[in-house]
Each structure stands twice: as structure tokens, then as C-alpha cells.
Design a protein around this ligand. Structure first.
Ligand code: NAP
Length: 304
């Protein structure tokens, strides 16, 4: 079968480190163009303007948007208007309403829209979901604590409006939580800590119904952790390493075969074959609720 031609838009950290190798290492895809104001990838036709790429390359049927959330909407709208299928990096938008708008546009245009959640593809998530599917959950605690200085040096957009601050990594945990829990929960309280030079929180403590809690911290310089602990009766399910390992009652479970980003592109191939979109906004609803309901605490400036 001929590979599907795809363009990558927003050539930064995640496009270079994950999207580019995942596409190039797959027979199903051909990386046919990039759009970025300053970035490009070796051996790939590079455009600096989205309209110019869409006009010049009608043969490219899929556009994968790797921009930060705030600028991403306009690019998605243009891609859909040009009849292209679209993949959105997480979080799928700066607001819920703009993603609803994209869903309507994609439906009307008859194109596939895939709001990706890479952490749902982490290798231990499917095992946790399968085990928990018929369980009564007693409590859940999430610790998602890492160093923003280590992972995001100079990425100023994360501290600006719409950048979401620590909710940017935290939403990865929430994407796993909403995937593996057999019941729906909703947020009942949040405490958000804002450095005085940030418009977004750097720490967040969240409380949900049914004894579910989460602690997100972007100031953790050592002992970083990305863990979810779930108690169901006498059973204990622990997801560690960002969901890539699942321990059930202390026993390591078997893992899915593909890494997160190759799995996202395999999923997009399936969606294209079936002509269906996949847009689940439940992780983002929790983030939005935390901004609506959360108590704000101001803390000293934090540079990164
Ligand atoms: P990034 O490197 O800071 O930005 C990606 C690219 O987007 C930039 O290189 C830039 O390319 C373009 N861009 C930035 N602001 C723009 C604007 N206002 N208008 C147009 N283009 C703009 O960000 P990233 O870390 O790759 O993150 C991008 C998305 O991927 C985010 O939603 C993030 O949550 C998600 N993600 C990131 C990681 C990670 O570890 N970094 C992991 C998983 C998912 P040009 O300047 O060349 O146009």
C-alpha cells in the first residue's frame, strides 16, 4: 500500500524528538512537508506559511499540528477548510469551545480529527484499564512531579495565558486517569500556585469525587515521579514511569508493543481507514474545572 503523505506543523521539541522519527520509521507514512516559521527537518520540503503549503501540496492528506495550544487553532481551521485530516497535539486546544468548533468544522468537511493523548498510549495503560474494568475503585492518588527547568528551558509559552503551566504535563496524568478508571469522576476542589511572574500555575493539587486526588508540581528538581496509585478492594494497581509500567499487586504486567508516538500514528491510520474522528475532551474538562474552581495562591517569581 502507498504510504499516506503527511505534513508536520510547528517544528520544535516534540516534532523533532517524537513525531519526526515515528513517521520516518513507519511504512504507513511519508513525511512530505513541514510548516514552521524557523524550523525545518532534513530532506523534507519546508514551508514557512501554512496557506502556501496547503496550496502547493494538495497531495498531502494529513496534517499533524505540533504547535503549542494557543496558535494551533488557526492552523487546524485552515487544514480542515482545505479538506485535510488533522492530528492535534495535547492539550487539543487553548479552550474547550475552540475544540468543539474544530469538531463541528471537521464533521461538516467530512475529515478525520484526532485529538491525541500520547500518555494514553504508554505501555502499561492498556493492562491497567483491562484489570480495572470490572473493579470497584476505593481511591486513586496521582503524583506528577518534574522539573520544568530540565524539560522546558526557554519555552515561555507555558507560563503565558493558554499555556496551562503545570497542567501541561498534568493533563497527561488526567488522560491516563480518564482512560483507566471504570467510572467517571468530577473535580470538587483545587489549589493552584502561581509564581508572580507567571500567568499559569506551577503547582496544582486537585480533589475529585470518589476519593481521587492529584498532586502536580513543576518545581521538583530531583526525585521526579510520574505515578498513579489505584486501590480497588484488596487490589493495588500502580502505574509508574508515566504509565509505561503497570504493577498489579506488585507484579509487573506485560506491556503493549509500540512506544507512545508510533502508537498514535498507528491509531491515526486506523481512524483514516474507518473514516472516524477521535476527540475525547474529558482530561481537558478537569483542567478547565480546576481553573474555574481552584483557589489561587501567589508565590515568589520562578525563572526557567
Ligand atoms: P515548542 O518547541 O516550544 O514549540 C513548537 C513549535 O511551535 C515551535 O518550534 C515554533 O516553531 C512553533 N510555535 C511556537 N509558538 C508559535 C506561535 N505563536 N505561532 C506559530 N508557531 C509557533 O513546544 P513543544 O514542546 O514542541 O510543544 C508543542 C506541543 O506539544 C504542546 O502542546 C505540548 O504540550 C506538546 N508536547 C510537548 C512535549 C515536550 O516534552 N516538549 C511532550 C508531549 C507533548 P516556529 O517558531 O519555527 O514556527
Amino acid at each position: 500500500m502507498m504510504p499516506t503523505k503527511i505534513a508536520l506543523v510547528g517544528i520544535g521539541e516534540i516534532a523533532r524528538n517524537q513525531h519526526d522519527p515515528s513517521i520516518r520509521n513507519s511504512d504507513a507514512w511519508e513525511l512530505a512537508a513541514t510548516v514552521s516559521r524557523s524550523g525545518s527537518l532534513k530532506g523534507v520540503e519546508a514551508f514557512t506559511d501554512m496557506d502556501a503549503m496547503l496550496a502547493a501540496r494538495p497531495d498531502i492528506s494529513v496534517i499533524s499540528l505540533c504547535l503549542p495550544p494557543v496558535p494551533r487553532f488557526d492552523y487546524a481551521k485552515k487544514a480542515i477548510a482545505a479538506g485535510r485530516h488533522v492530528m492535534l497535539e495535547k492539550p487539543p486546544g487553548a479552550t474547550l469551545a475552540e475544540v468543539h468548533a474544530l469538531q463541528r468544522l471537521a464533521d461538516d468537511a467530512g475529515v478525520v480529527l484526532f485529538a491525541t493523548w500520547h500518555s494514553r498510549m504508554a505501555k502499561g495503560v492498556a493492562a491497567a484499564k483491562a484489570f480495572l474494568s470490572d473493579k470497584q475503585i476505593d481511591n486513586v492518588h496521582i503524583d506528577w512531579q518534574e522539573s520544568v527547568r530540565k524539560w522546558h528551558p526557554g519555552q515561555t509559552w507555558i507560563a503565558q495565558p493558554g499555556g496551562m503551566g503545570v497542567m501541561d504535563p498534568g493533563i497527561n496524568a488526567l488522560s491516563i486517569m480518564t482512560e483507566v478508571l471504570p467510572m467517571a469522576v468530577h473535580l470538587t476542589g483545587a489549589t493552584l500556585r502561581f509564581p508572580e511572574n507567571w500567568d499559569t500555575p506551577i503547582m496544582a493539587d486537585l480533589t475529585f469525587t470518589q476519593d481521587v486526588t492529584a498532586s502536580f508540581d513543576w518545581t521538583r528538581e530531583k526525585d521526579e515521579q510520574w505515578e498513579i496509585h489505584i486501590t480497588a478492594g484488596s487490589d493495588q494497581v500502580t502505574l509508574i514511569e508515566g504509565g509505561n509500567r503497570c504493577l498489579i499487586n506488585g507484579e509487573e504486567t506485560s506491556q503493549t508493543a509500540l512506544d507512545e508516538y508510533p502508537a498514535l500514528y498507528a491509531r491515526m491510520s486506523d481512524l483514516l481507514a474507518n473514516g472516524t474522528s477521535d476527540v475525547d475532551l474529558s482530561p481537558m474538562v478537569h483542567v478547565s474545572d480546576a481553573f474555574t474552581l481552584g483557589k489561587r495562591i501567589n508565590i515568589p517569581a520562578f525563572d526557567f
